[in-house]
Design a protein around this ligand. Structure first.
Ligand code: 13P
Ligand code: SF4
Length: 304
């Protein structure tokens, strides 16, 4: 099927099924083009929690579609590529977390949204990269067990020094591998450019940045800035929106390796097939939905 036919079939099925297509900022350009809403993890969760569609086609990775299901259990949530997972989310299991909780019985337990529904069910509150500081400051306890991203955890620990953040050893395979030398080289090559970095990067990379934020916050920062050159420190998918919003500004990637293979699995064809064959339907037990929704809803409440 050619691109034009795929898009017109997608739009037709969307109407017939009262479906919405949501896409993360890291999706390939043509999936972002066909989506009803594109955003970061927080914006997409907020959208899924309140829209009135019967079906959500989630173009992202598995934990994102699960979060949509937890927030809207009555809706059908489809993940077009069943193998689109997030390796970082797999770096903490509910069993391992239960063991760690025994070690730190006084600590509050916070999970990054990049975690499974089973892990969320074990936590007090969730956060995304855009609201981690607000969430952490909202917690009463001083000791906070933070899973699974060690880099976001370290960033939070630096920005909220009054808390004792107990780090987990997880990391993003895409952001964690960026080296300070390549970033310093990019800064040397583009001395007038501002460096905008995602907090999933190592602390030594965040140290070099002019701004640290989520994908949406990076996109908004570039749009509102008077500067016209930027070095982008997150996955290359954000370049689509950055270039669309700012046709006269110039964007350089901080590293050539900034590509998330799982985010790139979803194509127009898989979005089409998701609607045509109602696949892949995300299902979770009532118990997990009940316990995990507490953790997600608490985050949405704190960050209203
Ligand atoms: P954002 O919430 O910044 O979009 O990040 C999600 C993610 O997986 C980043 O790697
Ligand atoms: Fe997971 Fe990293 Fe991909 Fe985000 S960029 S989905 S954290 S592997």
């Amino acid at each position: 099927m050619d691109k034009h036919t795929l898009i017109s079939n997608i739009n037709k099925m969307k109407k017939e099924q009262n479906a919405v297509i949501v896409a993360h900022n890291y999706q390939v350009d043509e999936v972002q083009e066909v989506a009803d809403v594109v955003g970061d993890s927080l914006a997409l969760s907020q959208f899924c929690a309140k829209n009135s569609a019967d079906t959500i086609v989630f173009c992202g990775v598995h934990f994102m579609a699960e979060s949509a299901k937890i927030l809207s259990p009555e809706k059908t949530v489809l993940l077009p590529e069943i193998n689109a997972g997030c390796p970082m989310a797999d770096m903490v299991t509910a069993d391992a977390l239960r063991e760690a909780k025994k070690k730190y019985p006084e600590a509050a337990v916070v999970c990054y949204i990049n975690s499974s529904a089973e892990v969320k069910a074990e936590c007090d509150i969730c956060c995304t990269s855009s609201n981690a500081l607000t969430v952490i400051r909202s917690i009463e306890q001083k000791d906070i067990l933070f899973v699974p991203d060690q880099n976001l955890g370290s960033y939070v620990a630096k920005m909220v020094p009054e808390k004792n953040i107990i780090l987990w050893k997880g990391f993003c395979i895409t952001h964690h591998k960026v080296k300070a030398e390549e970033v310093l080289k990019a800064k040397e090559l583009h001395p007038d450019a501002l460096l905008l970095v995602h907090p999933e990067c190592k602390p030594e990379i965040a140290e070099l940045a002019d701004y640290v934020g989520s994908t949406k916050q990076i996109i908004d920062y570039a749009k509102n800035s008077d500067n016209d050159k930027f070095i982008i420190g997150t996955e290359m998918g954000v370049l689509y929106q950055l270039k669309k919003d700012n046709p006269t500004k110039t964007f350089y990637l901080m590293s050539n390796g900034l590509i998330c293979p799982n985010m790139k699995k979803t194509s127009l064809q898989s979005v089409h097939d998701a609607l045509a064959f109602k696949r892949y339907n995300i299902t979770l037990s009532d118990d997990i939905i009940n316990r995990a929704s507490h953790c997600l809803n608490k985050m949405l409440e704190v960050c209203k």
